[in-house]
Write a protein that binds this ligand. Structure first.
Ligand code: 3PG
Length: 311
């Protein structure tokens, strides 16, 4: 009977699906690399979110592992090429948490525009800052979306009722542009200079090089906001902090960090930045969908050799 390890916390629907398919499943979360290395030879499959780093050392020790499943989209916590070299397949659950992530990006956009965190904090303290809080409206603004996969597309659809101009920078948009008449396909430079809000929904570069540099900030509107709910290294944290301190842009909202969990970070306590702890995909609804998808895919692979959503 195949055996699967779930090493990150996720909906228990995954466990139930494995059990229903007579696959032995162990849920062991919060393990160190050394602890995983000790137990991993027992398993045929492994399920992770983003907390477990599936390193070369873990893959080398995983003598029976055939499949690594990511309950979510990003696989940057998994050494995918080394896993492939070692005849393992890696699968994810594209689209499973796209709406959750897009809605969080939207919530961050509205929060920066209407200064919700500051208003909340001061009102709780009885400070009544009504005169000092003047927000901006999303309507009639230009939203720049970088990356147009499941999340970027969903965000572009979510803002449809807001009379927003949507600019998109995506290498793959040209070939499928007719499916998205509500967005404009632009260069990165054009998006940077024309957008009031720039929201990142792309993968990080392989080399970890940030997509936005100091020079880009100088070309942005001084009233512009940056939203990053994709991956931490897409926006260099020091450059962003400098750009805000030099008033090159108005503010930012960040859900992802160069190092997670973020216990220390240059962005902490900058009043122009709203921070959330990588929770864009963390909704009750999405966590069930991704757990269900990954468990079904792994069962299908281990029992019937069906390969779905391979990265
Ligand atoms: C993803 O890549 O799917 C999202 O960033 C969510 O990551 P999480 O599963 O760690 O919340």
């Amino acid at each position: 009977m195949p055996k699967v390890l779930i090493s990150d916390s996720m909906s228990n629907i995954a466990q139930k699906i494995f059990e229903k398919n007579n696959i032995t499943v162990d849920v062991k979360t919060g393990l160190s690399e050394e602890e995983i290395i000790k137990i991993i030879p027992d398993y045929d499959g492994m399920v992770v979110r983003s907390a477990t780093k599936v390193t070369k050392n873990i893959i080398s020790a995983a003598k029976n592992l055939k499949v690594i499943g990511r309950a979510g989209a990003g696989v940057d916590n998994i050494d995918v090429s080394y896993a492939k070299e070692n005849n393992m397949i890696v699968m994810n659950t594209p689209g499973g948490n796209a709406n959750a992530t897009a809605e969080h990006a939207f919530a961050l956009i509205m929060s920066v525009l209407r200064k919700i965190p500051f208003a909340n904090e001061t009102t709780h303290k009885g400070m009544w800052e009504k005169k000092n809080i003047k927000g901006n409206e999303l309507s009639k603004k230009t939203l720049g979306i970088v990356g147009f996969g499941n999340v970027g597309v969903r965000l572009s659809n979510l803002v449809k009722g807001f009379d927003v101009k949507v600019l998109v920078y995506s290498k793959s948009l040209k070939s499928r542009k007719e499916d998205y008449p509500h967005v404009e396909d632009v260069s990165f430079e054009e998006l940077i200079s024309k957008s009031d809000i720039i929201s990142f929904h792309c993968k990080a570069t392989k080399e970890g090089k940030p997509l936005i540099s100091k020079d880009h900030y100088k070309k942005m509107k001084k009233t512009a906001y940056i939203i990053n709910a994709a991956r931490g290294n897409i926006v260099d944290e020091k450059d962003l902090n400098d750009a805000l301190n030099e008033n090159l842009i108005a503010g930012a909202a960040i859900d992802v960090f160069s190092k997670e969990p973020a216990k220390e970070n240059i962005l902490f306590n900058n009043p122009k930045i709203i921070l959330t702890p990588h929770i864009a995909a963390s909704t009750s609804e999405a966590s069930v969908v991704v757990a269900e998808m990954v468990a079904n895919q792994i069962c299908d692979f281990l029992l019937n050799k069906v390969q779905k959503n391979i990265v």
